[in-house]
Design a protein around this ligand. Structure first.
Ligand SMILES: C[S@@+](CC[C@H](N)C(=O)[O-])C[C@H]1O[C@@H](n2cnc3c(N)ncnc32)[C@H](O)[C@@H]1O
Length: 211
């Protein structure tokens, strides 16, 4: 999977997200073995940053389609990294990483929140990412971080989605940034979370759960 980074067809998902490295540095300053989750791995551009920064300490939980997470786990294992836990789902129409996140959250109700840092960068649609956000809010530990990517992304301006989605969504839904709506609805008014803007670009939103 990693061999796809920088190759034709994968250029838009070949650059690591800088804010992930920044937040990880903040966390690693106090906690050398954090638990991190990347939801939506692409071909592993940002996963690679996380893996290298953790350097076999803590745990990295990755969520995506089964072939993607299995491919990345094997690639990193071959490079000597063994702290990656794959959570794959099928490509059935209504399946998504939500189901694996939901199962994890049910377990966390018994054992407590487990994530120091969650990076949500998956479907970017309300249908998939509204439940993902609600579940991640539970999974993040007090003092932990939740970073949402593509705050301003719309299906109407996406070269890959605009044709596929035209039969599935209204024009209002095509033109509205779903992640921004999710942030307004579930994050901005939640007193348990504080928005962090230092070092974060306008296309992303970072929240810290109050300790
Ligand atoms: C923008 S890419 C992630 C890029 C990656 N975080 C990075 O920084 O390089 C979005 C990812 O979400 C995954 N995704 C989208 N919808 C999904 C679904 N329903 N189930 C599982 N994965 C999904 C895609 O397979 C893709 O790998």
């Amino acid at each position: 999977m990693l061999e796809n980074i920088g190759t034709e067809g994968y250029m838009t998902i070949s650059k690591p997200v800088a804010e992930v490295a920044l937040v990880l540095d903040w966390i690693l300053a106090d906690n050398r073995s954090p638990v991190v989750a990347e939801i939506g791995t692409g071909v592993g551009a940002t996963t690679k940053t996380i893996v290298e920064k953790l350097d076999n300490r803590g745990r990295l939980l990755i969520f995506d389609y089964q072939d993607r997470v299995d491919g990345l786990t094997a690639d990193f294992r071959d490079l000597g990294y063994s702290n990656i836990e794959p959570f794959g789902n099928t490509r059935l129409r209504f399946d998504s990483y939500n189901w694996n996140l939901a199962k994890l959250a049910l377990k966390a109700r018994e054992t407590g929140p487990c994530l120091d840092f969650a990076f949500l960068d998956g479907a970017h649609t309300f249908t998939v990412d509204a439940p993902a956000t609600l579940v991640l809010k539970e999974l993040v530990k007090p003092g932990g971080y939740l970073l949402l990517d593509d705050l301003l992304w719309t299906m109407a301006t996406s070269p890959t989605m605009k044709n596929i989605a035209a039969d599935l969504y209204t024009s209002e839904q095509m033109e509205t940034p779903h992640i921004r709506m999710i942030c307004e609805l579930f994050m901005a008014n939640d007193p348990a979370f504080q928005r962090v803007t230092e070092g974060i670009s306008t296309s992303r939103a970072l929240y810290r759960k109050k300790a």
